[in-house]
Write a protein that binds this ligand. Sequence first.
Ligand code: 13P
Length: 257
Amino acid sequence: MNRRYRKTIIAGNWKMNKTLTETKAFAEELKPMLGKPKWCDVVLCVPAVNLQAAIRLFKDSRVSIGAETCHYESSGAYTGEIAPEMLKDLGVKYVIIGHSERRQYYNETDVTVNKKVKAALEAGLRPIVCVGESLEQRDMGVTLEFITYQVKCALAGVGADKMRHVVFAYEPIWAIGTGRTATAEQAAEVCETIRTVIRKLYGARVARTVTIQYGGSMNPKNAAELLSQPDIDGGLIGGASLKPEQFVEIVNAANQD
Ligand code: 13P
């Protein structure tokens, strides 16, 4: 973390979990435990059907609400899809773009990720752009090249003035939902590479303002060590964000004085 130049952001990604009833119960449990963290922003990215309720439930708290994906067009014949403008109008602040599960199961490509990043920014949302290598790519020694490629694709045509709204999440695919975490050194190396790519594209002043998260089995036990790395400015948390007490512990690790 480097709080001098950029915000630390702890974000939950609920994926396809929690009904409306469970969302209400979670909010009631989380809010008194969370209090008002001073040093980090807290975000919950929830299933689309629960967005409106989540916004209402967390209105009087420090928690911002995010969506888990969006379309790149602002309206049209795209049955089942949700436009960034619809999210913005509800009061949604963040949207996850290019999560590896979307890339793997729903044909998300570097091209659609780029279109979605631009559309989200245009609508006034903050994209949380996910990048990450497979185990095969790590074993072949091409991780940094692959991440560089993904980051460049995601940012093609994004103006420097928009960059302070962009968040990156480094999520090694082999660490998602597996209980296997990247070591702090592995995560730091990739997050530093992401910042270097941004620096080359936009200059040092822009690069130091961008929040870069780590995601992949982040939990209350490993959060503090990962967050102690200078280029890791938060977490994108799956499983542990479904349990209020675990999520709060991770927020607390990011919120140390
Ligand atoms: P887990 O924390 O369950 O590994 O999920 C990480 C993730 O995919 C967050 O987007």
